[in-house]
Design a protein around this ligand. Structure first.
Ligand SMILES: [Zn+2]
Length: 384
């Protein structure tokens, strides 16, 4: 009994006793090219030394081709067939190495660290898994999701902490789908390449281990959008469930940023018909006047005549739910603010805050109410 107890203590304390190793081992498994059906792929070393199958050294000019072949993965080096396996690993000598991966039917991308290639469950296509360190993965995600939004390191620290929070919250999302943690598409986090933008790499490195937790210490869901239009939205006005940290806040930082304003004209007839079809008596003078002069100047509303603005946004393909209306000849003109669902962090507002000297944790605490930043490597709360 004592022995088992001791073993348990060792097992649970291992990841924390050697922090640097835990951080730098490429032990995160991300499915890449997850939206592409790949039958054949070519892999080259872009930087550093790689090994095929743990032993065969790959030279920089070597071309490794992996393909689906009779229910296995076939491996050729410089066009001569080496072997067929269920799973093939291309591993790097150290964590600075990166590969170029070129599927026959998609554009080449570069990824850090290791690559494992297996078959999809139906054995029709290749399943590409990038084994990568947490820092390398997060820098790649930050650059893929927001690399073009700014050159400000502080902003990429905000992004890195948000992306790390998502990663930790959903770390087992795809384990049942073939032994990987997350995939590279928008339903997880976009991860279209390794990072080569210095600010993205620094943003991830300078916030190593940091995630956002709510008042109960649970990692939050870091929802964001492009621009709030000057006021963010309560979560329940978009998805029906009230989440304490996703409260509506007045957001002057989004004002006059690139996606702050929009306009759209809709035929008055189409606008009124839409509401008639949703049960509103549009022949009634007051109702009609309200529909043509709807205003959110005093703040965001969630409905018109009981019809959710989120539904209207979807049906008319509007940039946001934050709009007012006015008669405009035979049309109705919608004057709108912001871009996106409006819940959580405004990306353009966050960029603006960082460029005006706010620190990353101030941005996070502004858009997510009552949260704290916690460092999982230190297992203590770093910022109150
Ligand atoms: Zn996914």
């Amino acid at each position: 009994m004592k022995k088992i107890f001791l073993l348990l203590i060792i097992a649970f304390s291992l990841p924390f006793t050697d922090e640097i190793k835990a951080e730098e081992t490429p032990d995160l498994r991300i499915r890449i090219f997850s939206t592409v059906n790949i039958s054949s792929v070519t892999v080259n070393s872009s930087f550093g030394t790689y090994f095929l199958d743990g032993s065969l050294k790959i030279k920089k000019q070597d071309k490794i081709t992996l393909a689906v072949s009779e229910g296995k993965v076939s491996v050729s080096v410089n066009d001569s067939l080496m072997f067929k396996r269920d799973s093939v690993k291309i591993s790097s000598q150290d964590i600075k190495c990166f590969l170029q991966i070129t599927p026959a039917n998609a554009k080449a991308r570069r990824y850090d660290n290791n690559l494992t290639v297996k078959l999809t469950k139906d054995k029709k296509f290749l399943l590409l898994i990038n084994e990568v360190t947490e820092d390398n993965y997060l820098a790649g995600v930050v650059q893929s999701e927001a690399g073009g939004a700014s050159d400000n390191v502080e902003f990429f620290k905000v992004q890195a902490v948000c992306c790390r929070s998502y990663m930790n919250r959903f770390i087992n999302k795809h384990v049942k789908d073939g032994g990987y943690n997350l995939c590279d598409d928008v339903n997880c986090q976009v991860y279209l390449s390794r990072a080569n933008k210095t600010q993205c790499i620094e943003g991830a490195a300078q916030t190593a281990g940091e995630v956002i937790v709510d008042e109960n210490g649970k990692i939050i869901e870091t929802l964001f959008h492009s621009n709030s239009g000057g006021q963010t939205v309560n979560s329940e006005d978009v998805w029906g469930n009230k989440i304490p940290y996703l409260r509506s806040v007045k957001d002057s930082f989004s004002v006059n940023q690139p996606n702050y304003k929009w306009e759209k004209e809709i035929k008055e007839k189409d606008w009124l018909n839409y509401f008639r079809n949703n049960g509103v008596d549009v022949k009634d003078y007051n109702n009609k006047r309200e529909l043509l002069n709807f205003s959110q100047a005093e703040g965001r509303k969630s409905k018109i005549f009981g019809i959710p603005l989120t539904q209207i946004r979807r049906d008319f393909k509007l940039k946001s739910t934050f709009f007012s209306t006015e008669p405009w000849g035979s049309n109705v003109k919608l004057k709108g603010y912001g871009y996106g669902h409006g819940v959580g962090m405004s990306q353009e507002g966050a960029v603006n805050m960082c460029e005006n000297g706010y620190e990353y944790w101030e941005v996070i605490e502004f858009y997510y109410q009552g949260v704290k930043i916690k460092n999982l490597l230190k297992e203590t709360t770093s910022k109150e």
